[in-house]
Design a protein around this ligand. Sequence first.
Ligand SMILES: C[S@@+](CC[C@H](N)C(=O)[O-])C[C@H]1O[C@@H](n2cnc3c(N)ncnc32)[C@H](O)[C@@H]1O
Length: 336
Amino acid sequence: MYRNASDIWPPRFERVPTEESWVDSTIDQAARAYDAVKHHTWYQNLRPTLDALAAISQDGDIVVDYSAGTGIFTEEFLRSYPDKEIGLVLVDASPKFLRLALEKFKSDDRTAYRRLCYLKDERRLQQLEEVLPESLRDRGIDGLCSTNAVHLYDDLGAALRSWAKILRTGGYVLIQSGNIDNPNAPSGSWFIDHTVERLQSEARELVTSDPTYAAFRDGFDDAERTKSYDCLRQSYFLPIRPLDFYVESLRDAGFAVDSIDAQPVEALVAEWSDFLCAYHEGVLGWAGGCSRVEGKDPSEQLIELRKRLLCESMAKLFNDEPSFQACWTHIRCSKK
Ligand SMILES: C[S@@+](CC[C@H](N)C(=O)[O-])C[C@H]1O[C@@H](n2cnc3c(N)ncnc32)[C@H](O)[C@@H]1O
């Protein structure tokens, strides 16, 4: 048992990088809005990873919460396992999300924070080993979790190699995502972002048949315009990659893949639609247009109508059922 949680860290380790400007910035409302997703039924997807981390970690371990976002995973871990004395280093590319995480638990000595900056000249995100101090790199990290994020890593190999560099031999990695094309998914379950693609034909049908959405018929049959919005959508919701791609990339980076599970997760249609409304431009940008394609944004009124179309199309996709089943893939590995 650790007398004091701060004993977990190497001497002179700075939990909060106080010289970085994001640390003192005002809290962003979009980050707060994102954080509310923790109350959604489908965020039960974290439970298996929370329990697995509690079971596998030893007091005194240092674990990276990679792509921590607003810190929902760490928050749930500290709430579920208040007596665990492990150090959690929250790492993320978004200073706005990390700022909110800092606000939530900066007084908890078990937490530390590091931001991955985008290096414009090199056109890449910093790697994990570039943002951790020598003292931590020399000690080696005991474990790493990545929840609801791995499908967003465009250079997956680079991210995994950076994890391998800072993990001690035998160190554990717990990854999960609802956007891995897993052949063992329970039948009838969804990879959750696939709903965005399937929504398109429902929305087009509504725009064609329902006068409420007549304002969205402009440019409806313009193939070039449709293609631009397809590309925009794919920049928000990356095409889902197969499980094999993750497994091979993990092995190439020096990990043994110890287990792979496909778990069903119930998602309420209304909550999922509500979540997607924050990304309305990416989901249904063609309905009303947007500046990235047309050079100007639609009115607030049209944006509200677009969100209504999104919710109605989603309800139609699921035949007005209140919920659907999604599939979350959990991959557990260890550093060889
Ligand atoms: C959906 S959030 C997940 C946050 C948290 N882990 C959770 O489960 O709620 C995805 C996070 O991944 C981060 N992210 C996106 N692309 C990334 C990348 N290439 N490398 C590292 N993090 C990335 C984002 O900044 C965001 O905070």
